[in-house]
Design a protein around this ligand. Structure first.
Ligand code: GLV
Ligand code: MN
Ligand code: MN
Ligand code: MN
Length: 419
């Protein structure tokens, strides 16, 4: 064809792009041969490459692209859209958890690009401005605070605190943002942009078995489970593995093991609660060294925020007891907290009119749509994941479901922004 962009594709493909082909184009970026799946931490080479890919794809579609002071990429339908209010915005994120799947985030971004293609092919002339947004550090995998970009945008995270956040190598967010061409002095609440946004609709891979069990490709989101992260530091006495008698030890690893079992058992006492320890870091971390300290991170979730608070308090009290049993001490600090979010009822009803076959599902996963929720009507569209597994290489979306998702997104955007 005469389309140079299509001819330039690495696969040599010249047909119209699809969600699957877009995901195929980025399938080699950020693969993790050690963990399996993808590791695409924010501002890593991989995530930066993905952002570059998105900017290029948006440019091909004639969108007006810019990256704001908080690292959010905006791709407006046209230059006129860029300054108008009541915008209809879709999008998601390109960063991943360590060893994550290929869909959590990128599916929403690729679907947004294909939805734009579908709307352009239909000759849509949007009545309201349309845009795609790509948010940085949705997973909080590098700096510990999930949805960092949307939290900065909405002013729900103190920029001073954000600047001081450190990644596991000790680099501050301020330094990493600066190395990525941003001015860290300018991060923080961006009410001018926020006031432009009319609605936000995030398409996302479903992260459970809801749609697989219902035998449906696409659902509309109802709510996001309240969730938070806490860091627990257990301190003991670092010592020699060979010369220290078992009775003489104050070993924080042993305390951590007891505490982790007690976290599981405590969470089981609260109906609908979830508590996870997914990351443990012994200091200094040597095979022949009794650790001096163990840091572990707790992810706790419950639909009722007061239950989450009670659960975390119980976890903290138990941690004191089990630490003391091993001659250690324990100190817990909150890293982030997101209350349960119920998506806007009016917007959800509108999506139900536009997507009459789609069931309505809640999710236990956090999303930028949840952080934006208190500021403007937000909604989510979930796409079937036949494995029901997420934050793992086994996360899956079948090609035909991905296209059904993009079509549902296009229909939703057309219904919201069209005439
Ligand atoms: C992000 O995906 C989260 O829910 O932790
Ligand atoms: Mn996600
Ligand atoms: Mn995720
Ligand atoms: Mn998420």
């Amino acid at each position: 064809t005469g389309d140079p962009a299509a001819a330039a594709l690495p696969s040599g493909r010249t047909s119209d792009p699809t969600v699957a082909s877009l995901l195929q184009d980025i399938s080699t970026i950020g693969t993790d041969t050690f963990r399996g799946g993808y590791s695409r931490p924010v501002f890593s080479t991989a995530e930066t490459d993905l952002r570059g890919w998105f900017v290029e794809q948006a440019g091909r579609r004639g969108l007006d692209v810019h990256t704001d002071q908080n690292g959010i990429i905006w791709a407006w339908w046209d230059t006129a859209a860029r300054t108008r209010k009541d915008a209809v915005v879709t999008g998601s994120h390109l960063d991943s958890v360590p060893g994550g799947g290929g869909y959590d985030g990128p599916l929403g971004v690729a679907s947004a690009l294909i939805a734009v293609d579908l709307l352009k092919a239909r000759g849509l002339r949007p009545r309201r401005p349309l845009a795609i947004a790509v948010f940085p550090e949705e997973e909080g995998s590098r700096f510990g605070v999930a949805c960092l970009g949307s939290r900065l945008l909405t002013g729900s995270l103190d920029p001073d605190k954000a600047r001081r956040l450190k990644d596991p190598d000790g680099n501050t967010y301020a330094d990493v943002a600066a190395a990525n061409g941003q001015d860290p002095r300018l991060i923080g609440a961006d009410y001018a942009t926020l006031q432009q946004l009319g609605v936000f609709v995030e398409l996302h891979v479903e992260q459970g078995r809801g749609l697989a069990d219902l035998d449906q490709p696409v659902a509309i989101g109802s709510s996001i489970l309240g969730h938070g992260r806490w860091k627990l530091s257990i301190s003991g006495q670092g010592n020699h593995a060979g010369t220290t008698l078992m009775r003489d030890r104050r070993d924080p690893m042993v305390a951590a093991a007891k505490i982790m079992v007690s976290i599981r058992d405590t969470a089981r006492k609260y109906r609908d609660a979830r508590a996870t320890v997914g990351r443990v870091q012994p200091v200094p971390g040597g095979t022949n060294v009794i650790a001096s300290r163990v840091d572990l991170w707790i992810d706790a979730r419950h639909p009722d925020d007061s239950v989450t608070a009670a659960l975390v308090e119980a976890i903290g009290l138990n941690a004191q007891v089990f630490a003391a049993e091993e001659g250690c001490t324990a100190a817990m600090t909150m890293e982030s907290l997101s209350p349960t979010v119920h998506f806007d009822g009016g917007l959800r009803s509108r999506l139900q009119e536009l997507l009459p076959a789609a069931p309505v599902l809640a999710t236990g996963a956090g999303h930028d749509a949840g952080v934006l929720g208190p500021h403007l009507p937000t909604a989510m569209i979930f796409v079937r994941n036949p494995t029901g597994i997420s934050h793992s290489p086994e996360e899956l979306v079948e090609d035909w479901d991905a296209e059904a998702g993009a079509l549902a997104l296009a229909d939703s955007l057309a219904g919201l922004a069209g005439d």
